[in-house]
Design a protein. Structure first.
Length: 358
């Protein structure tokens, strides 16, 4: 790149940064009055995604009806028997690591918003406190910031910009009906019992030679395709794509932070690419969406369009550190991913207890 072009790009980014907070709906207001501004590059004309673009993509990227009017599995349908058999061939060392974080006994600003995660003994004498049997109780807050979980396709509702009185819908056009027992349609128990498929770790900090991506760093299509070239893989139908931003490494080194409002992740411009590549499962060690999103009026456009329109299940808070170590050692970033979906009737999510086997 010439010095003149480099200087012009720098001026554009500076101008975007200066005017950022003046744009309605772009900045995110956090706890204690803190304001988080999106990355300046998301406001450049060549990058900018608007609500009108998202509304158009609701139609253009839709998979409604693709597998029939009663389908509630979405892109998981692309995990065919043939693709499962092919994924089994990726097991060479028979080395297995977990993709789930253990949320029990962890504290910080990134947990506790939706309830607590705890483990206790079931029978404790009310007076002496003596334990009266090796029996356990576990309480999990499925959407907690320290809980690896797969969102059900009923977790988000559309359409974007719904008018007063307009009915809300979830994936495949099912009415969005939420009761005290959970979702009526597109719930976790409607997404199948589990899957074996190829997992691909997209370890951008490793490629860039850093410990982690700084909070609010957007990930663009060119970043994903640069990773494919670096790792010698091409993501395609039936794949589970796991994006490592280094959130857990940063948390271990510097402590928790409000990652739900300030985190690296996919920019909304990646949505057409996800549909074109036919990814079956999208996971991240954070919330998938870059935070703030940089899209005025909506802060989690990746969640919105993937779940409601594409039918692509998302995994938030996946634990990618052990897989990253193993993949770097082997110089191989593809593996067999084993996923069980907890059959929670009406559940808006399932615990993500997946394994990666190399």
């Amino acid at each position: 790149m010439s010095r003149r072009r480099s200087f012009a790009r720098s001026v554009l980014m500076l101008a975007a940064a200066v005017t950022l907070l003046a744009l309605p709906g772009v900045a995110v207001h956090g706890q204690g009055g803190a304001t988080f501004a999106p990355h300046p590059s998301t406001q450049l004309p060549a990058r900018l995604v608007t609500i009108d673009m998202l509304k158009r993509w609701e139609q253009e990227l839709s998979n409604w009806g693709r597998w029939g009017k009663d389908d509630q599995r979405g892109m998981l349908n692309e995990i065919t028997p043939e693709r499962t058999k092919a994924a089994l061939a990726l097991v060479r060392e028979a080395r297995t690591v977990t993709l789930q974080i253990n949320p029990i006994k962890k504290t910080g600003s990134d947990t506790g918003t939706f309830g607590e995660n705890l483990h206790r003994m079931a029978r404790v004498h009310p007076v002496t406190g003596a334990i009266q049997g090796a029996l356990d109780v576990i309480h999990l807050s499925l959407h907690d910031g320290l809980q690896s979980h797969m969102d059900a396709l009923c977790h988000y509702q559309g359409p974007i910009g719904r008018k007063p009185g307009e009915p809300a819908v979830s994936y495949n056009g099912f009415p969005f009906t939420l009761t005290a027992a959970g979702c009526i349609e597109a719930a976790a128990d409607r997404m199948g019992p589990g899957y074996l498929t190829r997992g691909v770790l997209v370890d951008l900090p490793f490629m860039k030679g850093v410990k982690w991506l700084e909070p609010s760093t957007p990930i663009y299509v060119e970043d994903l395709e640069a990773w494919e070239k670096f790792a010698g893989v091409r993501l395609g139908p039936g794949d589970a794509m796991l994006v490592r931003t280094g959130r857990w490494a940063k948390r271990a080194a510097e402590g928790p932070w409000n990652y739900g409002q300030q985190a690296a992740g996919l920019h909304a411009s990646v949505l057409p690419w996800l549909k074109a590549r036919q990814i079956s499962l999208l996971a991240s060690d954070a919330v998938n969406d870059v935070q703030p999103s940089g899209v005025a009026g909506i802060n989690r456009p990746i969640h919105q369009v993937t779940q409601v329109n594409i039918g692509l299940p998302l995994v938030d808070n996946a634990y990618t550190e052990d897989a990253a170590v193993e993949a770097a050692r082997l110089k191989r970033w593809e593996f067999l991913l084993t996923l069980q979906i907890y059959q929670l009737q009406g559940g808006t999510a399932s615990p993500f207890n997946a394994l990666a086997t190399f």
